[in-house]
Design a protein around this ligand. Structure first.
Ligand SMILES: Nc1ncnc2c1ncn2[C@@H]1O[C@H](COP(=O)(O)OP(=O)(O)OP(=O)(O)O)[C@@H](O)[C@H]1O
Length: 419
């Protein structure tokens, strides 16, 4: 990923990056907070989040042009996916105010942040946009508490009040005991928790997450991931509007209401997460959607699909019965039969073969709904060898059975929509 999170280096089109540490803050003193900041701060969170984000952005970086329109409803989480160099970080950086767009209108809640035609460009620290990047990018000379208190100080809060806010967010992120340490005394995972606390302490109307787990090692990533899931999904900050750049389809499934897929600076696909992954139209979405997904609600023994069918599987984390969830399994773990298989505990559903797609050394059999079974099988994939295809003698339109062992199915919580 690129360094839209405001690295120290000067980059083309960058808006004075040496004065910013993330999308919400800048390194000069809290005295710079002006009356507009104070007025912003005085608004209630409810008022601030009523209208979500509407952005129409054209940004050039070298020979590259990002040209996209994005709308995010209040409280909605949208995952931005796309190949390397497709413009994901450029989009987030433009929304954060780090890059000067060629032409753009960006409206957040009830405020116009950017309107190039009208000459409006609200500065980074006044946008109420939090940007969390791969690297924590904490101020090295400040303690964890001072790092987190910096945003509230910039917004006009006194030292003591800002310190109280910082302590609350550090505790929320499980790092209260590290408040007096400097970044050099923190592990990568600890620093990223402090960075999350710092991004949230300014109570941003929009939270931009640019692959926040990518730089963490395998030991630290799961805990930070779980923490951010809690932040994004379970209303830790309440009704947070989020744009999340990720390469991990499970993050998108678990955290996002909708996906936006970029390629070469354009939006090539967007829609509800489960829909895009079930019926990917872009090559990239098809590749990341290399998993079978069934949406429903968590229940004893697995997932209850929309028609009540139990998809047996194991929960990836504790789930409440009835909470929105998704059952995930790999197409290669799906066995295909002409007759209904008997025996061992497994999930067996009738399908009508919709398509056969060569996928390297296997053939992907794409299911359509059969009159004999549930509609949710539409789009499920089974990867089988050409030899097995020859043995089964299948062709599109055939009535078949897909079977997958319960041990191959993981049930994950699905992003919960707030009302
Ligand atoms: N400072 C810069 N100057 C000129 N071109 C740049 C600069 N930074 C990025 N670009 C170009 O802009 C395009 C989009 O980059 P961007 O970082 O937004 O992509 P991305 O989708 O975030 O990629 P990744 O997944 O690798 O992080 C790329 O073609 C890149 O080469």
């Amino acid at each position: 990923m690129s360094a839209a999170g405001a690295g120290p280096e000067s980059r083309e089109g960058h808006r004075e990056p040496d004065r910013t540490v993330d999308g919400a803050l800048r390194t000069d003193t809290a005295d710079t907070a002006d009356t507009a900041d104070t007025a912003d701060t005085a608004r209630t969170a409810d008022t601030a989040r009523t209208a979500g984000l509407t952005a129409r952005v054209t940004t050039r970086r070298g020979g590259f042009t990002l040209d996209v329109a994005v709308q995010v409803a209040p409280g909605e989480v949208v995952a931005v996916l796309g190949p390397n160099g497709s413009g994901k970080s450029t989009l987030l950086g433009t929304l954060a105010g780090l890059f000067d767009p060629e032409s753009a209108t960006v409206t957040l809640a009830d405020r116009v942040l950017t309107d190039t035609a009208a000459g409006v460009a609200v500065p980074v620290h006044r946008r109420r946009v939090g940007l969390l990047s791969q690297q924590a990018l904490l101020f090295p000379h400040l303690t964890a508490r001072e790092n987190v208190a910096f945003g509230p100080r910039c917004a006009g809060q006194g030292r003591r009040a800002a310190g109280t806010v910082a302590d609350r967010w550090l505790a929320e992120m499980g790092v209260a005991e590290l408040a007096d340490r400097r970044p050099s005394e923190l592990s990568g995972g600890q620093a990223q928790r402090v960075a999350i606390a710092r991004a949230l302490a300014v109570e941003p109307d929009l939270l931009l997450l640019d692959e926040p787990f990518a730089a963490l090692d395998v030991d630290a990533a799961p805990a930070v991931r779980a923490l951010l899931r809690r932040v994004v999904r379970d209303s830790v900050v309440g009704g947070q509007t989020v744009l999340l750049v990720t390469h991990d389809v499970l993050d998108a499934v678990v955290l996002a209401d909708r996906l936006v897929v970029l390629a070469d600076g354009d939006v090539v696909e967007q829609g509800p997460t489960a829909e895009v992954l079930a019926r990917p139209r872009s090559g990239f979405a098809a590749r990341i959607a290399g998993l079978d997904l069934v949406t429903g609600t968590a229940g004893a023994g697995g997932l209850h699909a929309s028609d009540g069918t139990l998809v047996s599987g194991a929960a990836s984390e504790p789930l409440d019965h009835g909470e929105p969830a998704v059952a995930v399994f790999a197409p290669r773990s799906v066995a295909v039969h002409r007759e209904r298989p008997a025996g061992s505990p497994r999930n067996v559903v009738p399908v009508r073969l919709a398509a056969m797609e060569p996928q390297g050394e296997v053939v992907r059999l794409r299911a359509g709904a059969s009159e004999r079974g549930p509609a949710w099988v539409d789009g499920l994939a089974a990867d089988v060898t050409p030899a097995a295809i020859a043995e089964l003698g299948v062709e599109p339109g055939d009535e078949l059975w897909f079977a997958v062992k319960a041990t191959e199915v993981a049930v994950h919580p699905m992003r919960r929509r707030r009302r």
